[in-house]
Design a protein around this ligand. Structure first.
Ligand SMILES: Cc1cc2nc3c(=O)[nH]c(=O)nc-3n(C[C@H](O)[C@H](O)[C@H](O)COP(=O)(O)OP(=O)(O)OC[C@H]3O[C@@H](n4cnc5c(N)ncnc54)[C@H](O)[C@@H]3O)c2cc1C
Length: 388
């Protein structure tokens, strides 16, 4: 039997980030035979997350740098936040994971599947298809369907399926090149995204309330917005839907990334939080203080519960309310009590406002409305310049 101090399960962004920062003897096991593939993601991330995690903002892992993320609403208003410098990136996520693996301080073992975990005194005995590993600490980074959670009987993570694919196509309008689309015609109880990678290549996808219908909605959307569509690669997968809890440390096991449900419940982004929680878990273990990880998460300025309430409003909103939200984002004069539904919009904006520093800086909040950042361009039927 092999012995190590730390065993990391899973070589996604969370596990690889933990492997990069760990300073104890560590092994990372991954069931796949290749790092990074297949990709199951929309591949958007904020550059603030890269800066925070000390990841280069240029290189083969960057498909496209974005200085305007747009949102399209049912009243056909398209709102963008054009900045002078790029503030988000569309990734080649497999390349990012490969780059992270080149930085790993842990020994990485591919084709190694965790099948059982039992506690023996102060150690965990991890059974894999390649033998048993005895370890003091486990970093569970094994994704939304976490086997570690199941084996240790921790509560399951609620997930939403998201349909996504890489297409090659010609857009009917360049406005859609990095855009989230809201509205009941497009994605009831969710949204559709279009993230341009390069040339005519796009990562497109949808997450919505009625999962069964999402492929049809996406197909209709693509036919409306693109011509010459060729489907190249499936990117669909599961997204944790409930947000994180503070129950992310159990008997020297730290749950990070999707395995800890570290996803923004509003816009579902988890790439930035996977990087952050992997690092925080490794740093806590470097100090020999696993409980530090929970303390760090507890000290975050916004709780998943607050973001969840926001998500409930956004994805329960009818088209009229979504239009009101768009009106406000275009022009804060629209913030008038004359709208009967204003209190619900106000609630969303206030909560999101509270979250913005944290979510914007600490997450892949490519989707974020960020009142602090000056909007210098709006586009769409009511095109005009707005300053905040
Ligand atoms: C369709 C889709 C679109 C998305 N779009 C975005 C987006 O645009 N922006 C954003 O920020 N987030 C997005 N997300 C969320 C984001 O992809 C995840 O939050 C993030 O990838 C989580 O990383 P992770 O390392 O925790 O998990 P994962 O990437 O799932 O990695 C888990 C790893 O564990 C391995 N593993 C599992 N079980 C075992 C086992 N028993 N033994 C060994 N290894 C095991 C798996 O093979 C895998 O490599 C999207 C998700 C989906 C599904």
């Amino acid at each position: 039997m092999e012995e190590t101090e730390v065993c990391i399960i899973g070589a996604g962004l969370a596990g690889l980030s933990a492997a990069r920062w760990i300073r104890k003897p560590a092994i990372l096991i991954e069931k796949k035979s290749e790092i990074g593939k297949p990709v199951r993601c929309g591949e958007g991330i904020s550059l603030a997350a890269f800066v925070r995690e000390n990841i280069p903002t240029q290189g083969p892992h960057i498909a496209n740098l974005v200085n305007e993320v747009r949102r399209s609403f049912p009243n056909a208003k398209v709102i963008g936040q054009m900045r002078e410098r790029p503030y988000a990136a569309i990734l080649f996520k497999d390349k990012l994971e490969q780059w992270l693996s080149s930085q790993s301080a842990a020994e990485i073992r591919l084709n190694t599947i965790l099948t059982n975990a039992t506690k023996e005194n102060d150690s965990w005995l991890l059974t894999t298809n390649q033998g048993v590993i005895r370890t003091k600490y486990v970093i569970a980074a094994d994704g939304p369907a976490s086997v570690v959670r199941r084996l240790t009987m921790r509560p399951k993570i609620n997930c939403l399926p998201a349909v996504a694919e890489i297409i090659s196509a010609s857009p009917r309008s360049e406005e859609i090149e990095c855009c989230l689309f809201f509205g009941n015609q497009v994605a009831p109880g969710g949204y559709t995204w279009v993230f341009k990678q390069s040339g005519n290549y796009y990562n497109v996808g949808i997450t919505m309330r009625e999962n069964g219908a999402s492929r049809n909605y996406l197909q209709r959307f693509l036919n409306e917005k693109f011509t010459d569509i060729q489907r190249l690669e499936n990117r669909s997968g599961l997204i944790p839907s409930q947000g994180w809890s503070h129950d992310c440390h159990y008997e020297n096991i730290l749950f990070v990334g999707d395995a800890g449900s570290f996803v923004d419940p509003i816009f579902k982004g988890g790439n930035g939080l996977a990087l952050a929680t992997g690092r925080l878990a490794a740093q806590a273990l470097n100090h020999g203080r696993p409980q530090k990880f929970t303390q760090d998460v507890k000290s975050w300025p916004i709780s998943a519960g607050e973001l969840n309430s926001c998500a409930n409003w956004l994805y329960g909103a009818d088209d009229k309310e979504l239009c009101l939200l768009a009106d406000y984002m275009l022009n804060s004069d629209a913030r008038q009590e004359k709208y009967a539904d204003w209190s619900r919009v106000k609630y969303f904006l206030e909560t999101w406002g509270k979250a913005r520093n944290f979510v914007w800086e600490c997450q892949s909040s490519i989707s974020g409305y960020c009142p602090n950042h000056r909007i210098i361009r709006t586009i769409g039927p009511d095109a005009r310049f707005v300053r905040e």
